[in-house]
Design a protein around this ligand. Structure first.
Ligand code: PEP
Ligand code: MN
Length: 272
């Protein structure tokens, strides 16, 4: 593929392992990131964080700045959300994975966040990507809603060209003619990204399916195909969630899923 330089394997044949406060993404051990779509209250985020940690998650997700299709939908608690994530981290030790939308907030994110998520809608926000190239924080780069694999990898290249080589690719489903599911999970993109780059590749089954009951099977399929990790939406009260309740699984199911995933991981030479 033309244009791949720092993300490609020619000058970097060995797989990149990203260190997040001592926890690894891209190693033999599968990385499990779990938590609600959005941070809602202190009680919500800390109790979900405690549960998912106990059940096997290594990282906590939770949106504070939310890119919503409608300007009238819940936009996230913003800076207050970051404060609540920090409290959940203090209680559990789980590193924070949360979405950055604006270059103006990079300094705050560098200070408060462990993995900066770049959402599908910002995958080709090149000015934002260039600014991220100047940090050393791990970046979780989601695939754009209608981005080709090449475009997705070139976005990683934009971050890496600036000097930040800590990029994790995340397949989260793409827009196809199908409307039954929210998006179409492209598992072949995991294989392609791992063939073309040395970067860790994880899968988000929640945004791919948009349906909670598909999340467990898609998670297993992702690990079977060789993904290095998963980012899964977990909510203790999905019916009342302010965002993405339909695709969120409850902690109990998450616990069972981690146990099942361990068997799939072992079958493909990985650990959880
Ligand atoms: C999210 O992770 O909550 C999110 C908005 O994801 P995406 O950018 O993949 O739609
Ligand atoms: Mn979501």
């Amino acid at each position: 593929m033309k244009g791949i330089n720092k993300a490609g394997k020619i000058f970097h044949p060995e797989p990149t392992i990203i260190d997040v406060n001592g926890k690894k993404i891209g190693s033999k051990e599968i990385a499990i990131i779990a938590g609600p779509c959005s941070v809602e209250t202190e009680e919500q985020i800390t109790s979900i964080a405690e549960e998912v940690k106990h059940l096997g998650a290594g990282f906590l997700r939770g949106g504070a700045f939310k890119p919503r299709t409608s300007p009238y939908a819940f936009q996230g608690l913003k800076y207050e959300g970051l404060e609540l994530l920090k409290r959940a981290k203090e209680k559990t030790g789980l590193p924070i994975v949360t979405e950055l939308m604006s270059p103006y907030d990079i300094e705050v994110f560098e200070r408060d966040v462990d993995v900066i998520q770049i959402g599908a809608r910002n995958m080709q926000n090149f000015d934002l990507l260039k600014e991220l190239g100047k940090t050393t924080k791990p970046i979780l780069l989601k695939r754009g809603l209608s981005a080709t694999i090449e475009e997705w990898i070139m976005s990683a290249e934009h971050i890496m060209a600036g000097g930040n080589e800590n990029v994790i690719l995340c397949e989260r489903g793409i827009r196809t003619f199908e409307t039954y599911t929210r998006n179409t999970l492209d598992l072949s993109a995991v294989l392609a990204a791992k063939e073309l780059t040395h970067l860790p590749v994880i899968v988000d089954p929640s945004h791919a399916a948009g349906k909670w009951w598909m999340v467990e099977s898609l998670s297993k399929a992702a690990i079977a195909v060789g993904a290095d990790g998963l980012i899964i939406e977990v909510h203790n009260n999905p019916e009342e969630a302010l965002c993405d309740g339909d695709q969120s699984i409850k902690p109990k199911r998450f616990g069972q899923l981690v146990d099942d995933l361990r068997k799939v991981a072992n079958a493909v030479g990985r650990d959880i």
